[in-house]
Design a protein around this ligand. Structure first.
Ligand SMILES: [Zn+2]
Length: 402
């Protein structure tokens, strides 16, 4: 992996380029106090990671693709290239099938978790043009609904699947209907990469159907410096999710909108402010209390300001509306996490850092969960409800049958 791959990340001494991809946790680590105490108090049967990416090249007939010129960056914000992504997921380029190796590794990682722990796996729609036609040349990667469904159905004890349907397509509603019938638990959009304006009238029937089905819409908001896909940063404005909320859709804002800047369109001068501030504004608007949620994926990466880390931990009034998400395979991108910075910020006990780093060499997903269990701002920490996705259970009880 060449220098420059992770341009923009200032690397500390604990940052290494490569994920060593070690096997299952050794016994001493699996029985370590930190590991046991972090899992204590969690109802394993409810443990849910609501943000995990599937990825593939299509070499198993999955229909997945990665843009051939992946010198562009594939994932929102983070500067990852093909080799970096595959290494994060512990997939060798030389394996017989990259599609299969990706899922196999995820299943192996799951074995270090208590039985009952589950992951939501994301399909990932292509970019479309304004007329609703697929634009593969602008799609950094693609994971079809059918493939996500197939992977989930093969391991129902571990996986559920999240559909991704572009709302401008002529057959968008039919596809949404098929996804709901096929067991999709949510829909994922990445507006800036897929070219989706959340305020476009074509989204309305989509919102209405989702609201009736009681399925959440997971939306990535915040800046994308690296211009994946369609590169429409302006479409990632957190304030735009009001259009979906107004139709009664449960919206999960991925990463709590915690990266980059967005225009404050509520003010005439439209100043650029941290996207996270706009997420916070929406969370605090009384009308959204029952509808707007956030996920914790990527929030504690080193590229977020300490003020964001602290706010997410301290705002206990938000905790009932937060969901645990890992953004797999990103926890396997070694330079993205720096426990030492969390220690410096006073949010992680110093003795925890080396243990967490050891866990990460074996299991980045477990590392991500344990880290979030150990973080605290004084006495404030993310409660079990976040990891047990209780916010979703609450949503489900308020849904009308469709
Ligand atoms: Zn993601």
């Amino acid at each position: 992996m060449g220098a420059g791959l992770f341009t923009g990340l200032a690397l500390g001494s604990e940052a290494r380029w490569r994920n060593p991809c070690l096997g299952a946790l050794p016994a001493d680590l699996a029985r370590h106090d930190l590991v046991l105490s972090a899992l204590e108090g969690l109802d394993a049967s409810q443990l849910l990671d609501t943000h995990a990416h599937l990825l593939g090249t299509g070499d198993s007939g999955s229909g997945c693709s990665i843009h051939p010129s992946l010198s562009q960056w594939w994932h929102p914000v983070e500067v990852l290239r093909r080799k970096g992504i595959l290494n994060a997921a512990c997939v060798e380029e030389s394996v017989p099938s990259i599609d299969r190796a990706y899922v196999d590794r995820l299943l192996r990682l799951a074995q270090d978790f208590p039985a009952g722990a589950r992951w939501w796996l994301f399909a990932f729609e292509q970019a479309h043009d304004d007329a609703g036609r697929p634009a593969p040349e602008r799609s950094t990667f693609h994971v079809p609904d059918a493939y996500a469904a197939q992977v989930a159905v093969a391991s129902p004890g571990r996986f559920a699947w999240v559909a991704s349907v572009h709302p401008y397509r002529g057959d968008a509603l039919a596809r949404l209907e098929a996804a709901l019938a096929g067991g999709a638990v949510a829909v994922k959009w990445l507006p800036s990469a897929m070219n989706i304006d959340l305020r476009d009238p074509r989204c309305r029937p989509f919102y209405e159907r989702l609201a009736r089905a009681g399925r959440p819409l997971i939306v990535h908001c915040g800046e994308e410096k690296a211009v994946p896909g369609a590169g429409r940063d302006d479409l990632g404005n957190p304030l735009h999710v009001r259009a979906a909320l107004a139709r009664g859709v449960t919206v999960v804002m991925a990463h709590c909108g915690s990266l980059g800047q967005a225009a404050d369109e509520d003010r005439r001068s439209r100043p650029h402010v941290p996207a996270f501030d706009l997420f916070a504004r929406l969370m605090d608007e009384p009308g959204h209390a029952g509808l707007l949620l956030g996920d914790t994926s990527a929030v504690f990466q080193r590229n977020r300001p300490a003020s964001v880390w602290r706010t997410v931990l301290e705002r206990q009034d938000w905790h009932g509306r937060l969901l645990h998400g890992s953004d797999h395979p990103l926890p396997g991108v070694m330079p993205l996490f720096a426990p030492s910075r969390l220690v410096q910020a006073g949010l992680l006990d110093e003795a925890d850092a080396p243990v967490l780093l050891r866990v990460r060499d074996h299991n980045p997903l477990l590392f991500d969960l344990l880290l979030k269990r150990r973080l605290h701002a004084g006495a404030a920490r993310l409660p079990a409800a976040v990891f047990e996705a209780r916010a979703l259970a609450r949503q489900a009880t308020t849904v009308q049958p469709s």
